[in-house]
Design a protein around this ligand. Structure first.
Ligand code: NAG
Ligand code: NAG
Ligand code: NAG
Ligand code: CA
Ligand code: CA
Length: 488
């Protein structure tokens, strides 16, 4: 036990418990002095474990920040990064350990070398999610080129009005109205409160529901028969599964009432792409210190334009990790039987391509909140996900400044150098643009939380001849893009 180093946390203390307890058990506890003496021993042992843990923690922090500084001084991003101290190995460990940049504390500034001959400052904006800001990541020239290339290619609506997919999903899952009611009734009181319906509605990428228009829908559909502001199971049974959305659709939908109101396109960054796009990709690799292959095999650069009045309500870029969920990017290597597909975007790098005259901040409603509770995102008719109304109640807002990049991790670490659980605090959205136009670009780095699946996928891709692979990556976003790269 004293020889143990690194890996702080509860894991260390737990296994030592049994070896401490037995002495007291074996002792005949009829004499109180004996018992209090063994009690004292136990206390002292715990005290020592505590001290050793504190020392181990200090060493760990020191070791890691030392590594960071060393590698930021221009070590090529070979990816394999630093190995985490081994902690009892049960299941096969990944051969690669993904580097995860330490946040240290909010406001901490790392100096990073991303381009020859200059140093960038990377400031920690929050720890939950792990979020950084790098001013002047892109030059004015690069911002201009990216915007021009996007315009040349043409942008498409980020969200279309039609959404047939949802009904199909409901049918596929084969849920009865009673079962749906039960799922929606979060507090299980047999009634659907407004916030329970709203919490559910944002899982879908449809029309954005506000408390007011939900009340309108109730009136229009005469859904709330007894007018108590709640839907009972009987009232709910009389509605079809898409009644709300259909009602709103018939009434007419403005773009401002959608989940997102923007246009976007995808720019391929592989061989043969514009030099600026390749440079950006390489800089992202250096910034994140991830294996270049992972960055190469990720989605192309997404360029988004928000006009005045444009917004994107708060959302996650990635999906949660369930055994039955496959990642969109590795579906080649997935089992045919995995019924759900989600985007697995380990990191989001967001670039501001212009400085916006008014509004358009990137809001992180729950950044560094003490706790996270999905249900309390809507409280007293205040919906924290609503970036048209409530950006000023977000815990953190980043002002769009030309050339600045922000990046964050959408997943936690699994503690063994690979991707772990989704980070719910990574919730973010684009506040409404009140004046001017907003141009941004997103670079997502796709990594499958299922290590074996990621490896199989990479093997499959590397078996293909190289130009075919490039072509495939280039065609993908255009042909199927609007569905496949849909955000959640
Ligand atoms: C598919 O699933 C089966 C059974 O669950 C498993 O044995 C097999 O290894 C899986 N194959 C892949 C490619 O994941
Ligand atoms: C933010 O933290 C506070 C304090 O723990 C908590 O009351 C609140 O519900 C949290 N907000 C969300 C959206 O989880
Ligand atoms: C927040 O913004 C809303 C609408 O955008 C506005 O009505 C409200 O007064 C603002 N609140 C604060 C505290 O600035
Ligand atoms: Ca309820
Ligand atoms: Ca009612």
């Amino acid at each position: 036990m004293p020889g143990k180093q690194g890996s702080p946390g509860a894991e260390d203390a737990a296994p030592t418990l049994p070896s401490v307890r037995p002495p007291c058990d074996r002792l005949p506890c009829n004499k109180s002095s004996v018992c209090s003496r063994s009690y004292f021993v136990v206390v002292m042992v715990f005290f020592h474990i505590y001290i050793i843990n504190v020392i181990a923690l200090l060493l760990y922090v020191h070791y890691n920040s030392g590594q960071d500084e060393a590698s930021s001084r221009g070590r090529d991003a070979a990816g394999s990064g630093h190995q985490r101290p081994a902690s009892g190995s049960e299941s096969p460990k990944p051969d690669v350990s993904l580097t995860r940049i330490e946040g240290i504390r909010v406001g901490h500034v790392h100096k990073v070398s991303l381009v020859p001959g200059r140093v960038h400052e990377m400031r920690t904006l929050s720890l939950k999610p792990l979020l950084f800001e790098i001013p002047e990541f892109l030059s004015e020239h690069e911002c201009r080129v990216v915007i021009q290339l996007a315009q040349l290619k043409g942008l498409m609506e980020s969200q279309l009005m039609v959404q047939d997919g949802q009904e199909e999903l409901a049918k596929e899952l084969n849920l009865s109205p009673d079962e749906i009611f039960n799922l929606l009734d979060i507090n299980q009181d047999g009634q659907l409160q407004l916030h329970e319906i709203l919490t559910h509605s944002r899982v879908r990428d449809g029309i954005w529901l506000t408390p007011e228009n939900l009340r309108e829908v109730y009136d229009g559909l005469k859904a709330d028969k007894d007018n108590n502001g709640l839907l009972s199971l009987e009232e709910f049974r009389l509605l079809s599964s898409d009644a709300f959305q259909r009602f709103l659709m018939q009434r007419g939908v403005k773009r401002s009432q959608l989940v997102r109101n923007s246009r976007h396109t995808w720019l391929y960054q592989g061989k043969g792409a514009h030099q600026v796009l390749q440079d950006i990709k390489e800089r992202v690799t250096r910034l994140t210190r991830l294996p270049p292959t992972l960055v190469d095999l990720s989605e192309p650069l997404q360029v988004v334009r928000y006009e005045e009045g444009g917004h994107y309500h708060a959302h996650q870029d990635s999906g949660p990790v369930y055994p039955e969920t496959a990642c969109t990017h590795t579906r080649l290597a997935a089992n045919a039987s995995t019924p759900f597909e989600t985007s697995c975007r380990y990191i989001t790098v967001l670039f501001y391509l212009n400085s916006v005259e008014g509004g358009g901040e990137t809001a992180f409603p729950v950044a560094d909140n003490r706790t996270y509770d999905e249900v309390s995102l809507i409280h007293n008719d205040v919906d924290l996900l609503d970036t048209r109304r409530n950006c000023n109640k977000s815990n953190l807002r980043v002002k769009p400044t030309k050339g600045t990049a922000v990046f964050w991790y959408n997943y936690l670490s699994d503690g063994r150098g690979w991707v772990g659980e989704q980070d719910e605090y990574a919730l973010h959205g684009g506040c409404v643009v009140t004046r001017g136009t907003k141009w941004i670009a997103n670079k997502w780095i796709n990594i499958d939380p299922d290590y074996q699946r990621q490896v199989r996928y990479q093997q499959l891709v590397s078996q293909n001849p190289e130009d075919e692979e490039d072509e495939g990556l280039m065609l993908d976003p255009d042909v199927e893009g609007s569905d496949i790269h849909q955000d959640l």
